[in-house]
Design a protein around this ligand. Sequence first.
Ligand SMILES: [Zn+2]
Length: 197
Amino acid sequence: MNKKIFIMHNTCMKRIIFYSILIFIFSCFIGFFYSRIWKTNNDELSKQMNNVNELNIVTETFSNEEKISFNSTFAIKKYYDECGHVEVNYSELPTELINLSKTEVEQLYSDWNVEEFSSNNVILSQEEDSICNEHYVVKLSDNNVDIYHLEQDGEEKLYKTTNVIKEYLTQEDINNLENGIYVYGKENINSVIEDFE
Ligand SMILES: [Zn+2]
């Protein structure tokens, strides 16, 4: 009798141990399975987060690109290769430029160099294979002194006649004027003329 109880007890214990091991293995399996799912989801999530971050960086770069504002100053700059002078002309901002980025301006004005670019200042420049517009020659015509403008093609075009007449000039002045006195800048013409008056 005692022995039978002991045997039954022993069988019971074996079963308990067997089931415990089974539950343990099963738990391990469940644990492993869930950790895999969790890891996969996490990888997926971090990938998505990375994509969102990249998108944000791209959007930020795009929106940070400087654009021309409506009250920006605008100038055209010309480099004249033949005389070496530089001419800068400020004018009203063309409305087609408002809100454009530097790249867009370069595409629109492909013949020009975008020399300066910010939201409030734009300068476009270009090289000219000629002299600038500020060259004049003071010369003696038949009886009086005239002023000629030097055209970009090298031609001399009558710009102004003066009241300075030949008979009051010294021989040296006459010689100089026959060769022509070159003047740069409209504002400097008068001082040259005054020397003969
Ligand atoms: Zn010049």
